[in-house]
Ligand binder design. Structure first.
Ligand SMILES: NC(=O)c1ccc[n+]([C@@H]2O[C@H](COP(=O)([O-])OP(=O)(O)OC[C@H]3O[C@@H](n4cnc5c(N)ncnc54)[C@H](O)[C@@H]3O)[C@@H](O)[C@H]2O)c1
Length: 219
């Protein structure tokens, strides 16, 4: 079984982690907020989302979802940390400090072959920026790990259904999409969509309903 670490146990990361665990992956929910982790370990939700409490209980009892304040070594990582706006000279800019910090932490944990997916809402070229941080903190070269952007589109109030029914689009930074996907394929009960490997060289092309885009998984 492939292991996945979801970074950031908030409104997006927690339902994502629970859905992946329900799909048969071994999932670690990593967060820097120990109060959030303590609550989740006790089986208590800190966010409001229909059906999520039952799903949390089920996945904790199954043993497939654990929580940690230390980022473990995993086959894949999904980064779901905040990207608030800051204002500079009257212009709104995405504050990427949480993405940078999360990438640096993940970089210290990854081994060659890992896949790191950026799920936070980010401006163009942030996946490239994340890859540079990963390279610096891991000591690995860019051809030793895989990166991709998978923009989140689930709607609060319907997250569990949307996580099951929506198609996810994985936009790889390098020309390695098929290799990267193999990390998440394999021994899973999720039904992967077959897809042609992409030949994108530019990251963050948010083409949600069109091509080029790669169906990530559908569970
Ligand atoms: N909430 C939504 O409805 C929604 C919808 C679409 C996209 N998004 C995007 O998804 C991303 C996550 O949003 P959210 O609403 O889940 O945020 P959130 O504030 O609910 O949760 C973020 C979590 O990340 C943790 N965190 C922060 N820095 C960290 C680090 N360096 N390492 C580990 N954990 C860290 C925080 O402690 C927090 O628990 C944002 O980019 C947001 O714009 C959110």
């Amino acid at each position: 079984m492939k292991t996945i670490t979801v970074v950031g146990m908030g409104y997006i990361g927690l339902p994502t982690a629970i859905t992946l665990a329900r799909g048969g992956f071994d999932v670690c929910g990593f967060d820097v907020n120990t109060a959030v982790l303590d609550s989740l370990r006790a089986g208590k939700l800190h966010i409001v989302e229909p059906g999520l409490q039952e799903a949390l209980t089920e996945t904790i009892e199954s043993g497939r979802l654990t929580f940690s304040d230390t980022c473990p070594t995993s086959d894949a990582y999904i980064i779901c940390v905040p990207t608030p706006f800051s204002v500079e000279n009257g212009k709104r800019r995405a504050d990427l400090k949480y993405v940078d910090s999360a990438a640096a932490t993940v970089g210290r944990a990854i081994k060659p072959g890992a896949l790191v997916i950026l799920e936070s809402t980010v401006p163009p070229r942030t996946t490239e920026r994340m890859a540079k941080v990963l390279e610096e903190s891991s000591g690995l070269s860019r051809d030793q790990f895989h990166t991709a952007h998978c923009p989140e589109r689930i709607i609060p109030g319907q997250m569990l259904r949307e996580l099951r029914e929506n198609d996810f689009f994985l936009l790889p930074l390098q020309e390695i999409s098929e290799v990267g996907l193999q990390v998440l394929r394999g021994e899973t009960t999720l039904t992967p969509f077959g897809s042609e490997p992409l030949r994108l060289r530019h990251d963050d092309c948010l083409l949600v309903n069109g091509t080029p885009a790669l169906h990530f998984f559908h569970c």
